[in-house]
Design a protein around this ligand. Structure first.
Ligand SMILES: NC(=O)C1=CN([C@@H]2O[C@H](COP(=O)(O)OP(=O)(O)OC[C@H]3O[C@@H](n4cnc5c(N)ncnc54)[C@H](OP(=O)(O)O)[C@@H]3O)[C@@H](O)[C@H]2O)C=CC1
Ligand SMILES: O=C1OC[C@@H](O)[C@H](O)[C@H]1O
Length: 413
């Protein structure tokens, strides 16, 4: 067996959703009204850092969402300060205490990576639904453990892959399933930013291997998950490379190349026939802490391409290039579509706004989660547990093979 091969492709066809429902059921052309029609849900916020701030602010854009409690791991004053800032009725100095709050229906987990398994387990065993920030876990086996635990307890669990809920991405997925660019054959995506400009080096958790820092843990799940929804099969081969920072020991940038086989039963093209309809392809992904990239995603098909403009992990603009029929190369009709973010209210501005780019878009994710919980669903069709597990399997490969076979090396001469 090819030493770089990962598990065999699953027998899946590209459906828009896990539950087989049309994507359009979950989005509305008027995205503010999508937020306004969200069913009620009572949230507890686990952690008091930056993404917890941004997620809590985004919930203020959903009138039916209620944040009833928040918790810091060990600082009651920290939790009280967060509660005061956001008008949250109850605050706790430990995560366990908040999980015991009867009013909390779902816990948003936004603390550092290291504790995903133990915190996810604590939330689920307390009988609460759970939205875990990315990455869902530190390994495939932990991701399987958490998703299986949620299923066995009949609780909702999802990874906070918020990109999937942006109207721009819903639009891209419907373009692909409507074959607007023919058959997808290639995917490329980059996500680099110069992290020392916003994260103190080497003190930040981003550079701490003991807290599961590093560029793959922080960034790789975006381009990997982006590629998974563009092909009808799972990848059957992964090749990766990366650089480790000599001083801290975390990876500071990496590349992952994925090969997607054709779907089972796809007809092979006979010699001399067109090659489309086969559905296999390649994805080239890169990410890192060391420089400023466009953060763009391009999906390439037999009949054109789709560009998701930066910031592609929280996008608002998509350009579609459709090859003019009969043209040989380069001639395309070009359509641009823009998807404005939810309006930021005075209340959000007055309580300090957001730390991260386009964070008001977290409201799309929160709204989709509330809809699923209200319907008794245990994951979202936009981003399934199976996909979260597959992403972790690929990151496991990156970490394992990156260290040896593919030449991940210490950055020293
Ligand atoms: N969806 C998105 O766009 C983004 C997602 N993220 C994800 O959110 C998570 C948190 O990131 P971010 O908010 O930027 O991080 P912050 O450093 O701002 O906050 C992290 C929280 O984790 C806890 N924490 C911090 N240091 C330690 C430590 N040494 N030991 C134990 N716990 C610690 C603290 O919780 P407490 O308050 O309880 O003390 C802190 O508030 C990560 O999983 C990251 O990948 C991050 C940015 C954007
Ligand atoms: O998760 C993330 O996505 C958005 C980035 O801005 C952030 O720094 C990163 O951790």
């Amino acid at each position: 067996m090819d030493p770089m091969a990962i598990s065999a492709p699953l027998d899946v066809v590209l459906t828009n959703t896990a539950s087989g429902k049309a994507y359009e059921d979950y989005a509305s052309p008027d995205h503010n009204s999508f937020l306004l029609s969200t069913p009620p849900l009572k949230w507890g916020i686990l952690g008091t850092g930056r993404i917890c701030n941004d997620f809590t602010q985004s919930l203020k854009l959903i009138p039916s969402a209620e944040v009833v409690a928040c918790a810091s791991r060990n600082s009651l004053p920290g939790a009280e300060g967060f509660a005061e800032k956001h008008g949250i009725p109850r605050s706790y100095g430990t995560y366990e205490q908040m999980c015991g709050d009867e009013d909390v229906e779902i816990v948003y987990v936004g603390n550092v990576h290291l504790f995903r398994r133990e915190v996810g387990e604590m939330v689920l065993k307390a009988g609460k639904h759970c939205l875990l920030e990315k990455p869902i876990a530190l390994s495939k086996s932990d991701a399987v453990y958490l998703t299986s635990l949620a299923s066995s307890l009949n609780l909702f669990l999802s990874e906070g892959m918020w990109t999937r809920y942006f109207p721009a991405i819903e639009h891209v997925r419907s373009l692909i399933s409507d074959c607007k660019i023919g058959t997808v054959t290639a995917f490329k995506s980059d996500f680099h930013f110069h992290t020392p400009d916003q994260e103190s080096y080497p003190g930040s958790p981003l550079y701490d291997p003991r807290l599961a820092g590093g560029s793959a843990m922080y960034l790789a799940s975006y381009p990997i998950s982006g590629s998974l929804c563009c092909f009808p099969t799972w990848p059957d081969k992964v090749v990766c490379n990366g650089i480790i920072d000599g001083a801290t020991g975390v990876d500071t940038q990496g590349t992952i190349s994925l090969r997607f086989p054709p779907p089972p039963g796809a007809a092979s093209a006979a010699p001399g026939e067109r090659l489309d309809g086969m559905g296999g392809g390649m994805a080239n992904l890169d990410f890192g802490f060391l420089g400023e990239s466009a953060e763009e995603t391009t999906i390439i098909g037999t009949g054109g391409r789709i560009v998701v403009h930066g910031p592609a992990h929280c996008p608002t603009k998509v350009t579609v290039h459709v090859k003019v029929p009969g043209s040989v190369r380069g001639e395309a009709s070009v359509t641009e579509a823009e998807f404005p973010l939810p309006r930021v209210t005075e209340e959000v501005r007055e309580s300090g706004g957001f730390y991260y780019p386009n964070s008001q878009g977290l409201a799309y994710e929160a709204s989709a989660v509330a809809r699923c919980v209200a319907r008794g669903e245990r994951e979202t069709p936009q981003y399934t547990a199976e996909e979260s597990v597959k992403v972790m399997e690929i990151i496991d490969e990156y970490r394992k093979h990156g260290a040896g076979l593919c030449g991940l090396f210490r950055c020293q001469r």
